[in-house]
Ligand binder design. Structure first.
Ligand SMILES: NC(=O)c1ccc[n+]([C@@H]2O[C@H](COP(=O)([O-])OP(=O)(O)OC[C@H]3O[C@@H](n4cnc5c(N)ncnc54)[C@H](OP(=O)(O)O)[C@@H]3O)[C@@H](O)[C@H]2O)c1
Length: 248
């Protein structure tokens, strides 16, 4: 089957979050058949979607990605309901603040499970179908924190650095099957997690960014669209830094 002849199916994890909702709005009129994943915020996501007009009606699936059984179930449901998954965007993510000498092991394990193990498991379960069709795009949303380090963010930074390593090796295994794997190491972006910070802290961060502003969901969307396209077939194993010059 040549997948370019029908709408590609794109699974976006964490669609209920700040960036996820912004991306689903930007992609409403796209030619992608969207499968939108949420965890605890299903009502928020569905209310958001009810205000949008879609070219292809989106499907909403719920799963706690810290639970490997729920990840397996999510992959099964996505493939059953949409027939296949062509593009996987591993966007769901968790953060918390703790210095290493006070880091709770359960919180560490949960964060690693959502931010690193779940993207691996989604790749593990969805890549066989992609390989059988000779086409796949896996895009992991990492963070500038993996490269810069941030006080109180060792669990988060470790999880995102793990995505960089997962991407580099998995890309070598999957490219022969027509699947690319890339990582977007996102800088501070004006939706989602950044809203959890106090305004003074946001301003301290903003002035340190060479571009003097936060990134936008539109800029993230544009890069994902390129990586998901047929034109990006030769671009794999990369960590792309989308951060206004904060780290290069
Ligand atoms: N915003 C930024 O400045 C920035 C910068 C660098 C990287 N990033 C990365 O961008 C991605 C999106 O972040 P965001 O800013 O949109 O964050 P957000 O608003 O906090 O959204 C996080 C998303 O992850 C989901 N999630 C959390 N725990 C989960 C679990 N146990 N199982 C399944 N899903 C879970 C949430 O689902 P529910 O709400 O349904 O529970 C939500 O959809 C993350 O990977 C983040 O690390 C963001």
């Amino acid at each position: 089957m040549n997948s370019s002849h029908k709408a590609k199916v794109l699974l976006l994890t964490g669609a209920s979050g700040g960036l996820g909702r912004a991306l689903s709005a930007l992609w409403a009129k796209s030619d992608w058949q969207l499968i939108l994943h949420c965890h605890s915020d299903r009502d928020l996501l569905e209310e958001h979607l009810s205000g949008l007009e879609f070219r292809h009606a989106p499907m909403v699936l719920q799963a706690d990605l810290s639970d490997p059984e729920e990840v397996l179930h999510l992959c099964g449901e996505a493939q059953k309901k949409a027939g296949r998954v062509d593009v996987l965007v591993n966007n769901a993510g968790l953060s918390h603040s703790a210095v290493v000498w006070k880091q709770d092991i359960e919180a560490w394990n949960r964060l690693l499970a959502v931010n690193l193990t779940a993207p691996f498991l989604l790749m593990r379960h969805l890549s066989p179908g992609m390989r059988s069709r000779g086409f796949g795009r896996i895009i992991n949303i990492s963070s500038v924190v993996a490269h810069l380090g941030v006080f109180g963010a060792s669990a988060y930074g470790a999880s995102k650095a793990g995505l960089n390593g997962l991407t580099a090796s998995a890309s070598k295994e999957l490219i022969s099957g027509g699947i690319t794997v890339n990582n977007i190491a996102l800088g501070y972006t004006s939706k989602g997690m950044i809203d959890q910070l106090q305004p003074e802290h946001r301003e301290e961060i903003r002035v340190r960014i060479p571009a003097q502003r936060f990134g936008s969901a539109e800029e993230l969307s544009g890069l994902i669209a390129y990586l998901a396209s047929d034109q990006a077939a030769y671009l794999t194993g990369q960590t792309l830094h989308l951060n206004g010059g904060l780290y290069a």
